[in-house]
Design a protein around this ligand. Structure first.
Ligand SMILES: Nc1ncnc2c1ncn2[C@@H]1O[C@H](COP(=O)(O)OP(=O)(O)O)[C@@H](O)[C@H]1O
Ligand SMILES: [Mg+2]
Length: 368
């Protein structure tokens, strides 16, 4: 069948969420409607090299889990790169001999964290003039940096918890005692740019504080110290470009001290997901409305998952937005849409089409 749209799925990547990306990519690849789309798999290794992974049939065969694991290793296959192609598509080139391979009509960067979900890959694809799924350069960049994200939300009048931002140049201005005076205990210490709870600590003592700061600065030059918010964790999936829609809400009930990396991905019983979240109608409507407001304030298009805390007195705080939320078997984003009546196949189709529509809209902008 000719005229299928060719989707280049980018997965793996340089961030600490490399493995999570692979788990997400498996589901995205399975969910892509193969009648409508051809799938080209491009694995990125931890150094950022691109490989054309031709073993994708293995992903589709659910009985071949073991084989699949091996095949999806991101440093697998021929090294490739892309160059612009006059038909608003990316031309894949084989690195070894310069051979022209497929053209890619639309990229789907199933990449989480820095170097994938932060405007870097988006900037490269934008320069190459090829459509891609998800928020643009600015949206993904502000979505990645929790400090900038909070500043934009504050400007929009959307509540976020109190926090202090430490940089290398001011970190000695704040003593542990200052911090506790202002924020109380416990506090959360986290890299401003990271994800999947990597580098995050819940701190109750001076000793823990010092270790936590050191740990967080391993991942970023900017570290946030946040007041502990005692509340229920509520998440909302958002989908769309100019007129985004909010899904039903989900609630996460971690069985660990907080929703850590282990609770998210390593421990089967690390967290219970409740979909829909048991909340009354008025509160649900309020949170869904704020989710869309935040999505727009944070310059998002395509998709995003907005995460909240809801306190006992019904105060609503945004904790973060995720520009390329997880799509693993246990991830909220696809489950929230499924509960709203959008199957994974429909969801992935919509996301690809939204990427193409955004591209076509922006092609009409005057550039000179
Ligand atoms: N200020 C806070 N108060 C209470 N819990 C928090 C706070 N910040 C983070 N957490 C806990 O840590 C988890 C991960 O934090 P988050 O800011 O969402 O980082 P990531 O981008 O890595 O998911 C949250 O889901 C929550 O369980
Ligand atoms: Mg989070």
């Amino acid at each position: 069948m000719e005229n299928k749209t060719r989707v280049g799925v980018l997965f793996g990547g340089k961030s600490t969420e490399h493995e999570v990306s692979i788990a997400s990519a498996k589901n995205v690849i399975r969910a892509i409607d193969k009648e409508k789309y051809d799938v080209v798999l491009i694995g990125m290794d931890k150094k950022g090299n691109w490989y054309l992974n031709e073993a994708y049939q293995d992903f589709l065969d659910k009985t071949a889990e073991g084989k699949m694991k091996e095949a999806i290793g991101a440093g697998f296959g021929e090294r490739v790169f892309i160059v612009p192609n006059e038909q608003a598509a990316g031309q894949l080139i084989r690195l070894s001999d310069g051979q022209q391979l497929e053209t890619i009509d639309v990229f789907y960067p199933v990449l989480h964290g820095p170097f994938g979900e932060d405007g870097t890959v988006q900037g490269m694809l934008k320069l190459l003039n090829v459509p891609y799924v998800g928020a643009d350069v600015l949206g993904t960049a502000v979505g990645m940096d929790k400090d900038i994200m909070k500043k934009l939300l504050i400007a929009e009048g959307i509540p976020v918890g109190d926090y202090i931002c430490l940089m290398h140049y001011n970190k000695d201005d704040f003593s542990y005692e200052n911090i506790v005076d202002r924020l109380g205990l416990p506090v959360f210490v986290k890299p401003s740019n990271a994800g999947s709870s990597v580098g995050i600590s819940k701190v109750r003592t001076k000793e823990e504080y010092e270790t936590a700061i050191e740990e967080a600065f391993k991942y970023d030059n900017k570290v946030l110290i946040e007041a502990f918010i005692d509340g229920r964790e509520i998440e909302c999936a958002v989908l769309g470009n100019e007129f985004p829609k909010a899904s039903v809400l989900g609630e996460i009930v971690p069985s660990h001290d907080f929703y850590s990396y282990d609770a998210k991905y390593l421990d089967d019983k690390g967290a219970a997901l409740m979909i829909p979240a048991p909340l009354d109608e008025a509160l649900t409507a309020r949170i869904r409305k704020i989710a869309v407001q935040a999505f727009q304030a944070l310059c998002h298009e395509g998709l995003g998952r907005v995460d909240f805390f809801l306190t006992k007195t019904n105060e609503i705080y945004i904790i973060e937005i995720n520009s390329m939320p997880g799509f693993t078997n246990i991830s909220m984003y696809p489950q929230l849409w499924a509960a709203t009546g959008v199957s994974q196949t429909e969801l992935v189709d919509k996301l690809i089409q939204l990427g193409i529509q955004r591209f076509e809209r922006d092609q009409n902008l005057q550039v000179e």
